[in-house]
Design a protein around this ligand. Structure first.
Ligand SMILES: [Zn+2]
Length: 280
């Protein structure tokens, strides 16, 4: 099945050309190692992330000369810009898909195991997964290392793993067999229509969350969101619901205090109480 990508700027149709997707109004977007880079300003993205993109491509043996040429053709269109890294945030075990390290032996170890069992039953990820439609196009915004992506994949679903980081998209699509990847800006989702948009623990990190909700509304009738910061940094009330409703969504279901454990090392565990929402 072909993913119905559209232009992230004008939402017009895209036509495939060698190593690029082209909008007749806005111009071309690069395709790097099979991953379309569908952000509003692809040349700026390539110029500022050039080194990070090359490193991510090299990690999957895809920094061949034709891919480098494509990247440089876009990067050269922008005179000079300060290099930026990807904001990837995952533990070594998340990256490898390995089990987390057991907590250091002592009085707290049993409690961490209890919390892990509780998380298994009622994590925000599980809550979201239970509400994803059985079939159709499912867009994951902010796929990170792809742990959710792998669980989204199902025979009747077409899963698109998206992130602003090419490294994340490459990792997630390799982990989640059958998924397709795209580099996207969450504020300008390049999809015509999706059965659902799923956004796990990302909305609080966005610069302009209102733009994300508006963009999601143009793409889907079902939005599934979790966050550990429902006030979105404002410190006041539930801004997620307010912004989603302002964008035209209706709150269908919600849960709060869902346990999310971040097991960073054998001596460092973070416990978050997440909120999760289903909007339609
Ligand atoms: Zn366009």
């Amino acid at each position: 099945m072909l993913v119905p990508f559209v232009c992230p700027v004008c939402r017009g149709a895209l036509r495939a050309s060698p190593q690029a997707l082209r909008c007749s109004r806005c111009g071309p977007s690069p395709v790097l190692a099979g991953v379309p880079v569908l952000v509003p300003e692809p040349a700026t993205y390539c110029a500022t992330h050039r080194d990070a993109l090359l490193a991510a491509l090299a990690e999957v043996d895809a920094a061949d000369s034709s891919t480098r040429n494509t990247l440089d053709a876009f990067a050269r269109a922008v005179p000079s810009s300060a290099p930026a890294l990807f904001g990837d945030d995952w533990t070594p075990e998340e990256r490898e898909g390995a089990p987390p390290p057991p907590f250091v032996d002592g009085p707290a170890a049993a409690l961490v195991e209890q919390l892990a069992a509780l998380e298994e039953e009622s994590s925000p990820r599980r809550w979201l997964l239970e509400r994803v439609p059985r079939s159709g196009l499912v867009v994951e915004v902010g796929c990170g290392a792809g742990l959710l992506t792998a669980q989204l994949c199902a025979p009747e679903r077409q899963v698109v793993a998206t992130d602003l980081s090419l490294r994340a998209v490459l990792l997630a699509t390799r982990r989640a067999k059958g998924s397709v990847g795209a580099v996207v800006d969450a504020h300008a989702l390049p999809f015509k229509q999706a059965a659902a948009v799923v956004c796990e623990n990302v909305v609080d990190l966005l610069e302009r969350p209102a733009a994300f909700f508006e963009s999601a509304r143009r793409v889907t009738k079902r939005l599934l969101v979790s966050t550990v910061e429902p006030s979105l940094g404002s410190g006041a009330g539930d801004v997620v619901v307010a912004l989603a409703e302002a964008a035209g969504f209706r709150l269908v279901d919600a849960a709060d205090g869902l346990p999310w454990l971040r097991r960073n090392s054998a001596r460092f565990v973070e416990l978050y109480g997440a909120s999760a929402y289903q909007f339609e």
